[in-house]
Structure formats: C-alpha cells, structure tokens
Write a protein that binds this ligand. Structure first.
Ligand code: F6P
Length: 551
C-alpha cells in the first residue's frame, strides 16, 4: 500500500509546528535570533543560498528533513542515480546526471553503463562545434557559417535558449545563435529575412521528431534554403546546413538529414532535463565545447552535493522542502522567480516548464489521487523590471507570494555605476518584503519629515507594509558556465525532491497530450470539414477564423 505523506507523523508534526509559528512575524524571528543568517544560509563553494527570510526556524528545517526521510527521498535519489526505471508510467530510467558525468568510469554502473554513447555524442559535438566555430565547416557555396537557428520547442528550446542568453558574454564574436519555437510565422519569417542561406545552419531539435511546431518550422526553413541553393545544390545544402538532435534518428533521416548530421539522445533523458545532452548543441556552438563542459562540471558538482551532503545541509533537499512548507503548510499558491541579471531573462520561462510540467499533477506514482496540492504556479520576470510592474501587489496586495531572488554579485558587462545599484535593489526588495513597515515606523518617518498630524493620519494607511513575505536569495559570484550549471541542477533536484515527497512521477507529462490531439482534430474543421461533434464555443470560434483568418 503506497504511503499517503499527509498521514505521516512528520506531516502532522509540521501542522502543529505551523500553529506555533503562525503568530511570529519575520521581524520577530530575526530579532530573536541574531545568528539567524548564519544558521539558515548555506554555501556550496562560493555559491550562497539564503533561506533566512523564509518563515521558518531551525526547528522547521529539522521537521522538514524528517518529512524527507519519511518519503524516502534518499532512497529515490539513489534509485534515480542507479538507473532504475523510476519514470514508472513510461517505464524509463531517469539518467540526465549521466550527461554531466565527467569522470572516466562507468555511469550509472558497469552493468548498465551509458557513458560510451554519452561520450561519443560529446565527442561528436566537440568536433562539429569546433569545425563550425573555426570556419572549417563550410556551407554549400563554400562560405563559413555565421548564423545558427535552433528549431525546437519546450525542452528542446527553453534550456539552450535560457543558457545561451545567460552566457552571452562567452559568445563567439562572429557566430550568432537564434531560437525559433512558435508556429506563428512572425517568429521565423522576419528572422529569415535577415539571414543568408549560404551562411546559416539549422538545428532541428526534437526528441520525438514528431512535434508539429518544430517540424513545420523545419520544413519552412528547408524550403527557404533549397529555393536559394537551387536544385543543383540540393544534396550539399541539406548536408551542410541541417543537423538534427533527436532520439528518433530514423524520422530525422526521412526528413532528409544525413546520418553523420544526427546527434543522438535517449529515452532516459526527459525533454525538460535535456540541456546537458546534444539539445545543448546551439549553446555549444555559441560558447564552445570547453565552456559547455564547464556548465556540465557545475551541474556535476551539484549532483555530487545532492548525493553526499546530509539532508540538513543539502541545498536541493532544503529548497524542495521549503517549497512544500510554503505550499502545503502556509498555503502559498504561486512562486515568483525574480532574477536580477538581464542575462537570466528567460530563466522564469525555463523554470516554469521544469517545475510545472514535472510536478503539475494530481495523480500519485501508483495512480491514486493526491491528497494535497502539488506544485504552485511558477511565474516571474527580471526583478528590477518587476519592481516597476507587479511588486506593488507583492508588497501590499495581501497575497502570500514566496519568491526566489537570484543574482550574480559581478556583472559580465561592467558599466561603471550599474552593478552596485542593481545589487542594492535586489537586497532592498527581499528585505522590504520580509520586514515591511509597521504603522509605528511609518508614523515615525513622517514625523521626522515634519508632516502635520492631520496629514499623517490621512496618509498612514497607505504607508504600512505588512511584510512577512517569504523569500530565498540565491547568490552566484558571477554568471559563468560553471555556476549556471550548478544553479540549474539545483532546481532540477529541488523539483525531484518535491515530486518524491508528494509521491508524484516527475518525469512524465500526460497532461499535454489532450490539447495536441484536439489540435489535430480541429485543423480539418478550420479548413472547412464540418465537425458536428465540437462544442458550441469551438464551433463559433472556428466560424470566426474562417471569416477573418488565413488558413
Ligand atoms: O508537449 C510537451 C513536450 O512533450 C515537452 O515535454 C517537450 O520538451 C516538448 O514537448 C518538445 O518535444 P520534442 O523534443 O519531442 O519535440
């Protein structure tokens, strides 16, 4: 009989503990314990995770790690790293840590070693990226490649796009990488207008090689290339300008991509965990394979920490448990991701897929309904922009909204006078959210500024900030490949820990199937084949599209 985590003694103990903590504001928790930062912030090398602004005490962490033990987080972690088929609904192993394993031995074990094929693809990526970057790889007309376009969506787009933006300071000066995911021609068409087919390379990234959005974009790109190259160059054009990253090489072959241009991935790599595989090829082309391997090294360091650190000091375990505390015990319904570095602007979107596609499920591993809410809604934006948009609601809107503040202490683009104020804003916001401003403090400030009593009374309600909004601050010394790898692996394992505690299989995504099926059914209806089985709303919307749209 699978365990219901909400019926365990640690869960009940946490419910009781919540009642004890309920009346304590973060202001009091800080006042009561001068060493709170030292006790509740953790380091991994020069990476810092500050949990002291969460609504917890050291006792909360003890109770939460009891919960992790009751859920057997360590056992599931070891089963994942041992290559067991923990993705039960698809009967697959979950081995993305193998992709960043840089040791010389086998992984996960001598008996099931996947490393020979992983190393072979890494070597293929190195050779290919060096040839393209050095100009040795030539297009059909003999020119070097200047632009790379990654055609993919979901995990085949978000990871490499996020990392390529994050690491743009490491870019090859003469090779420009672009990402296209949308079926809306408004993404691909204007890009093609700026490109020269003779110097453009397309990567078709699709694990399944069946994804409609990616294949449509790939077909359009292929037509564009072949029209420019002419029939006499057709074979050379495809061979020099199209490569594929896929676990379905036969389908890529049918599309016209030659065997040597196919970079393999495997069914034990989930799409949203695939940045470390050849799905990262666009990134490897942008920053070079040596830097790409620094990204792998950072992720590997986090894997080792996850495997070896005691639960009480284990960063992904603590982060996962704090998310559960906020969601299931304090009642938070969302999590705001607030990176302050411009280079991390697509991180919220990346983490939305990682978190919500992994744990946005109400069914347990054994097919039973979950007895508590799983993943909160993940959203976010560059923090400094959010300050001038939605932070008002975080400060005074009355909702409980935990946030992750993420910032690198140094900038890759050091303009004088920019980084200090950026850091000051980041720290000011998490502090204001935590401590707020009491009526007394607001009054004292106004008195000091010389306001008259009548004016103070009128304005005072607006000047009060409740505070007590929990947040985590993650600080990197700089945004380099190593620390980015570490940060992303931290979130991956955080999601894993949460899935284990909730009893979810974090590695399937059945919820995205229905919409895909319906889209297939609706296209003929949009094109004019009557479909009486459709609901009235969809029929009405189709009628609108047929009247006003271009199909
Ligand atoms: O529709 C969701 C999804 O299956 C994701 O899980 C995946 O990352 C994305 O589509 C793209 O899939 P593929 O790489 O097979 O094209």
């Amino acid at each position: 009989m699978p365990m219901d985590i909400t019926r365990t003694a640690p869960w009940q103990a946490l419910l009781a503990h919540r009642e004890q903590l309920r009346s304590h504001h973060l202001r009091e928790l800080f006042a009561r314990e001068p060493a709170r930062f030292e006790k509740l912030s953790f380091r991994l090398g020069d990476f810092l995770a500050d949990f002291s602004k969460q609504r917890i005490t050291p006792e909360t962490l003890g109770l939460l790690t009891d919960l992790a033990r009751a859920a057997d987080v360590e056992g599931w972690r070891d089963r994942m790293f041992a290559g067991e088929r923990i993705n039960v609904s698809e009967q697959r192993a979950v081995l993305h840590p193998a992709l960043r394993f840089l040791g010389t031995g086998p992984f996960p074990s001598a008996a099931k070693d996947v490393m020979p094929e992983v190393r072979a693809v890494r070597a293929q990526m190195r050779q290919f990226s060096e040839r393209v970057r050095s100009g040795l790889w030539r297009g059909y007309s003999g020119e070097a490649i200047r632009h790379v376009v990654n055609l993919g969506i979901g995990g085949s787009d978000l990871g490499p796009k996020m990392a390529a933006r994050a690491l743009s300071a490491y870019d090859h000066p003469a090779l420009h990488v672009h990402f296209v995911s949308n079926l809306d021609g408004a993404q691909l068409a204007p890009l093609l207008e700026t490109l020269d087919p003779r110097t453009t390379l397309f990567i078709v990234a699709s694990k399944t090689f069946t994804t409609q959005e990616t294949l449509r974009n790939a077909e359009t790109a292929r037509d564009w290339l072949l029209a420019a190259a002419g029939p006499e160059n057709e074979v050379a054009a495809l061979a020099r300008h199209f490569v594929a990253v896929t676990a379905a090489p036969a389908e890529a072959g049918l599309f016209g991509i030659g065997h040597d241009n196919i970079f393999t991935m495997w069914d034990w790599v989930g799409g949203r965990y695939s940045l470390w595989s050849a799905v990262g090829l666009a990134l490897a082309l942008a920053i070079g394979m040596t830097q790409f391997e620094r990204l792998l090294a950072g992720a590997q360091a986090l894997d080792q920490h996850f495997l070896k650190a005691p639960l009480e000091q284990n960063l992904p375990v603590l982060m996962g448990l704090l998310g559960i505390w906020n969601t299931n015990f304090l009642g938070a319904e969302t999590l705001a991701i607030l990176p302050y570095n411009e280079s991390l602007r697509t991180l919220p979107g990346y983490l939305q897929q990682l978190e919500m596609e992994s744990n946005g499920k109400m069914v347990t591993r054994s097919g039973k309904p979950l007895s508590c809410h799983p993943n909160p809604i993940v959203w976010g934006e560059i923090g400094i922009n959010g300050q001038h948009a939605f932070f008002q609601l975080l400060h005074q809107g009355g909702w409980l909204i935990p946030s992750d503040f993420i910032v690198a202490a140094t900038s890759d683009y050091p303009l004088p006078g920019h980084n200090g104020p950026l850091l000051a804003n980041c720290l000011a916001q998490s502090s204001a959210l935590a401590f707020g401003r009491s009526e007394q403090e607001a009054r004292a400030e106004l008195e000091l500024e010389g306001w008259a009593e009548a004016e103070i009374a009128a304005v005072l309600p607006y000047k009060v900030f409740a505070g007590n909004q929990p947040s985590t601050t993650l600080m990197l010394p700089r945004l380099d490949p190593y620390h980015l790898g570490l940060l992303i692996a931290l979130y991956e394992h955080k999601v894993f820990v949460q899935g284990v505690v909730w009893g979810i299989n974090s590695f399937d995504q059945w919820g995205v199937e229905l919409g895909k099926k319906l889209a297939g059914r609706l296209l003929p209806a949009l094109e004019g084949t009557p479909d009486e089985g459709l609901d009235a709303s969809t029929r009405g919307l189709i009628a609108y599209c047929r009247r006003h749209g271009q199909l």
